[in-house]
Design a protein around this ligand. Sequence first.
Ligand SMILES: [Zn+2]
Length: 321
Amino acid sequence: MNKKQLREYEQIAQRLGLAADPETGVIHGAKDGYAVLLYAPNAKAPRVLQILLAAKREQPLSADEKKTLRANCKAVTALNQRGNLLAASLRGGSLDKTIAAAAEGLDAVVDLARRSGFAACCPRCGREEPAAACDLGGNYTLLCDDCFAAAGQAAETKLQEKNARRENVVGGIVGALLGSLVGGISIIVLSRLGYVAVLSGILMGVCTTKGYELLAGKMSKKGAAISLVVMLLMTWFADRLDWAIVIASELGVGLFESYQAIGQLLALGAIDSGTYYGNLAMVYVFMLVGAIPMLWSALRSSKVAARVCRLGDSNSSAAQL
Ligand SMILES: [Zn+2]
């Protein structure tokens, strides 16, 4: 969570009389006796918030009730009941509009719950126990103490297993080589078909990094470096082989001899070095275009530190992994 975004959530929380979690910015607390939580389900739209309110009623929320609330409160774009949770999506916009929508939406949802006979409860077990916000490895929900103890345990075990998964470097190298082979073949085949280097470069980048990640089990900085070296070498090799095929067919000599002759032909000027290196540089550029987003997202997702804890509970027993 970046500082600017967190400050926004703190402002919203303050206006609502709730608290913002300093790690995730998730806004949580109690309103009129109901446990509530506000968060942005889509990190790319941080001002489009959703309200979760823990409550139950014998009769599920009716379509009329949903419609009436939406008609009376323009801040709410959708209202649904998921088990013992009322979920309301809010309109986003400028910070001021987002704050206003959060205040208006929360009042409307709490008001509806109170007037329509919804009883505060734990969403998971349904008992009328006080529920509070928690972070189960990136899933935000409201749980009573017993449910948190059980669900938290399970989520933590899962998280630990995921983190304990070792990076198999040897497997990763094999994966990167296999992936780069696909990229290398595509460089040759696409070049034979007369296509420019764009697609084969991107394929090289994507296949090599994906190959590493698949067989290594996860991607790390080391994996990124290995993938990059494999890509650079394989692209060099495939590009030379591509030239060797041209030379072999032009001169009617063997592929192996042609491959070996490239250095000499370049030195003699029989192959225009501008064309040769220009083409190679282009493949490299597009290879990076394909590889960088893959490496970036792989490294980012391995860096996200998930945790299992109660929000706003600084001395929780939960491990921060
Ligand atoms: Zn419970």
